[in-house]
Design a binder for this molecule. Structure first.
Ligand code: NAD
Length: 447
């Protein structure tokens, strides 16, 4: 039997897995006034967080972390026993990456963390899943707990919608809170955990396990589809000599369509959208509903084709052969304001061009250490002017503010060949062309 402990009026929280999601969640919940203990199996990460240093880049998170550690509300440990002893509500925020060689999610971190936590929870505790998981996972966890000291402990599924680059603001002011649960008590506990946000008017949606799990993958599938839709239009625009940016602006005025997530370019990447839509397809197949999601295969293919197309465009722009050419990739991360290079379109294109024989320089304001760790062979430059000097081709792969603000007139003196591919459609073609550049973009006319 789990140990007995009276339910606390203000629960103490643990956050299991302190990566991008967990570290943010832990710091934000502490900011809301809770006592929070973060747990990770990576001792270096725990040491860094304990010292008040966020081991990745996320705007505003450093301040939040330091402030709440100093206030005595936030601590980190590798000990599940310590977290089980101290906390009443345990948020599971571990990774669910794509399995190598398959579409399905690798669930070993989730089930591993539950196994490690189970012996240390008390009967009144609540385990709250936040990781993005295949539908059916919460039920599997309930089953997994049956043979442990935590049998009967309430489980909740509470998917997370934060965006890297806006993670703090998205956690403190979310669009909505979704909780999948199976008991009134679990609902009461979740209402007390999110009381400050509910009081702020954040919609609080209570549902069952499978609906809560599906909300997350459905949302990501919709967003991925919207991006791939406009990128499919970009392919047609290229064939027809039309301009996809004008097309997007024009259709986006229709409020039923809306202009957000409607930017044509190199497409989506990162540690979520690509692996989430693939895991969703795999899970639908297991459930006998694969036909419902065959369109996601096309969404994925359209997205990956943009990367190949950019490599082809680079080759064509440089006279049909990339060998020996100096190509500078502006951006390594999958999006601006992050250091996350997981499944980064910019980095993928850089590697393909490198493999085609070019000398590839990569610049990024925050992502170089991570990129270099994954692909050590390319030429990483932390200074933008230095990265551009003597270059035959610039490719804007990630829409960092400093690339949007580049001055084409001063940059032209540095490069060997004044050619730029705007992989994100964020530069002004007129400005660049009138400064003497050959400007190419995805889904736009060549001149
Ligand atoms: P991450 O890889 O940055 O973090 C996962 C952390 O879990 C790591 O620090 C790892 O050391 C730790 N971990 C692994 N096994 C563990 C165990 N058994 N016990 C304790 N800790 C363990 O991943 P992330 O980006 O934070 O994503 C986590 C989950 O959140 C994923 O399911 C992801 O899809 C989902 N999610 C992520 C985001 C995002 O923007 N990153 C947004 C919404 C949802």
């Amino acid at each position: 039997m789990p140990q007995q402990r009276p339910p606390a009026a203000t629960p103490v929280l643990s956050v299991i897995g302190t990566g991008y999601l967990g570290a943010t969640h832990a710091a934000c919940m502490a900011e809301l006034g809770f006592t929070v203990i973060g747990v990770d199996v990576d001792p270096d990460k725990v040491a860094s967080l304990s010292a008040g240093v966020v081991p990745f880049f996320e705007p505003d998170l450093d301040d939040l972390l330091k402030r709440n550690i100093d206030a005595g509300r936030l601590s980190f440990t590798t000990s599940f026993a310590e977290a089980g002893e101290a906390a009443d509500v345990h948020f599971i925020c571990v990774g669910t990456p794509q399995q190598p060689g398959a579409y399905a999610a690798d669930m070993s971190q989730v089930f591993g963390s539950i196994s490690a936590l189970a012996p240390h929870v008390s009967s009144t505790d609540v385990i709250v899943g936040k990781s993005t998981v295949p539908v059916g996972t919460a039920d599997e966890i309930v089953d997994q707990l049956k043979n442990t000291a935590a049998s009967g402990v309430d489980v909740v599924w509470n998917p997370e919608f934060l965006r890297e680059g806006f993670a703090v603001q998205d956690t403190l002011k979310p669009d909505r809170l979704v909780v999948g649960l199976a008991s009134e008590r679990a609902e009461q506990v979740m209402r007390s955990v999110y009381a400050p946000l509910i009081a702020d008017g954040v919609p609080f949606l209570v549902t069952d396990f499978p609906t809560a799990e599906l909300v997350k993958v459905a949302a990501n599938s919709f967003l991925a589809t919207k991006i791939s839709f406009i990128n499919a239009m970009a392919e047609v625009c290229e064939a027809a000599g039309a301009d996809v940016t004008m097309l997007a602006t024009a259709i986006g005025y229709d409020p039923r369509i809306g202009n957000r997530f409607l930017s044509a370019g190199l497409g989506f990447g990162g540690g979520c959208l690509p692996k989430d839509i693939r895991a969703f397809m795999a899970r639908a197949g297991e459930l006998g509903a694969e036909e419902a999601l065959t369109f996601l295969r096309e969404v994925d293919q359209i997205n990956l084709r943009r990367r190949e197309h950019t490599v082809d465009l680079a080759r064509k722009t440089l006279g049909g052969d990339l060998r020996g050419k100096v190509v500078t990739m502006l951006g390594a991360t999958f999006k601006p304001d992050s250091d996350d290079v997981r499944d980064s379109p910019a980095l993928d294109v850089a590697v393909a061009i490198y493999n085609a024989g070019a000398h590839v320089r990569v610049h990024d304001p925050k992502g170089l250490p991570n990129a270099e760790r994954v692909y050590p062979h390319m030429d990483y430059r932390s200074d933008l002017d230095d990265a551009a000097t003597g270059s035959d081709l610039l490719i804007l792969g990630t829409e960092w503010r400093e690339y949007r603000d580049l001055d084409p007139a001063s940059l032209i003196d540095k490069v060997r060949n004044a050619v730029i591919i705007d992989g994100r459609n964020v530069l002004d073609p007129h400005l660049w062309r009138s400064a003497g550049w050959t400007y190419r973009a995805l889904g736009r006319p060549t001149a």
